[in-house]
Design a protein around this ligand. Structure first.
Ligand SMILES: NC(=O)c1ccc[n+]([C@@H]2O[C@H](COP(=O)([O-])OP(=O)(O)OC[C@H]3O[C@@H](n4cnc5c(N)ncnc54)[C@H](OP(=O)(O)O)[C@@H]3O)[C@@H](O)[C@H]2O)c1
Length: 282
């Protein structure tokens, strides 16, 4: 199949281009090739490339910046997604749009499944939800694939930050221990998308790794796998106020994968160990 990846130079996009190319013809586009906030340019780009599938990863992903760049966040995440979805529909392509746990309120007790009601608390989450809605409205053959706590080759990611700090001498690092989520590698997302591409489902799918951890537990696992000895101590979210509130509960249940009999996502711990083994230079 011919697949276009928007946000092709981003952290997820780079992995998708590398891993999907073994089975498909993959064309990466980014800001330079096509500004997705420009409807005409987006239509022209997809009309010229004529893909069968568009994996839409382009986004304004800086969660804190989105709070002060509200218009830019909606231009890229909401309008950009609508433009991609409309242009894909016009050339008869399927859209697989990448979204986020930030569409949820993040204060529930259990993991959120695909049919739970979104209630974003941040500009980033609200603009991504507007993008999800636009994709559902404008492209009949669509999948919204939600991911979270992402890391991948080249970063930037929490794993990269912690490896850098962990290698420096100094006082024990304070790491938040009251937020829980599913650490997920771009490789695991790529494998999940490879299955989705070949499945006819239309709807919303969660694609995070199995198992959960707090940022503190995640850091412990990173340091153990990388044999870093710097100390870490748990702290609370309240000790690190940020412009955009962070969800206490980012866990995503993979109910849609089970219902559609799609392969389960791998566990985050084995995925992390594999990532650190396979990407020593990161
Ligand atoms: N990282 C995470 O933890 C995480 C978690 C949940 C969901 N997601 C979602 O996963 C997807 C990929 O995330 P990522 O971490 O790989 O993000 P990323 O590295 O920031 O990549 C996003 C890409 O989108 C491009 N882009 C931004 N505005 C654009 C525009 N107007 N037109 C065309 N391209 C534009 C960016 O190009 P420039 O660099 O040139 O601006 C960048 O290459 C996003 O949809 C994000 O919302 C990420």
């Amino acid at each position: 199949m011919k697949i276009v990846v928007t946000g092709g130079k981003g952290m997820l996009g780079r992995t998708l281009v590398r891993r999907l190319a073994s089975r498909h013809e993959v064309v990466a586009i980014d800001y330079q090739e096509c500004d997705i906030t420009d409807a005409r340019a987006t239509h022209a780009c997809l009309a010229q490339l004529r893909p069968q599938v568009v994996i839409h990863g382009a986004a304004h992903t800086q969660v804190d910046k989105c709070e002060s760049e509200v218009e830019r966040a909606y231009a890229i995440n909401a309008v950009g997604s609508a433009n991609v979805a409309m242009a894909a529909e016009r050339v008869g392509a399927r859209v697989i749009a990448i979204s986020t746990d930030y569409v949820f309120r993040g204060d529930g007790e259990r993991a959120y499944h695909e049919w739970d009601a979104p209630a974003p608390r941040t500009v980033y989450g609200a603009s991504k939800l507007a993008g999800e809605d636009a994709v559902r409205r404008h492209c009949r053959d669509h999948v919204v694939a939600r991911i979270a706590w992402l890391y991948g080759p080249g970063g930037p990611s929490f794993v990269h930050t912690m490896l850098k700090f962990g290698a420096q001498a100094g006082d024990p690092l304070k790491v938040v221990d009251d937020q829980v989520g599913n650490p997920t590698s771009t490789d695991a997302v790529a494998d999940g998308l490879l299955h989705l591409i070949e499945h006819p489902l239309v709807g919303t799918v969660h694609l995070t790794c199995e198992g959960d951890a707090t940022w503190f537990a995640f850091t412990k696992a990173i340091f153990a796998a990388a044999r870093l000895t710097r100390g870490i101590v748990p702290c609370t979210t309240a000790e690190y106020p940020r412009p955009a509130p962070r969800p206490a509960n980012s866990r995503l249940d993979k109910m849609a994968l089970r219902i559609h009999r799609l392969p389960a996502m791998p566990h985050w711990q084995e995925t992390l160990e594999r990532f650190l083994r396979e990407h020593p230079g990161l």
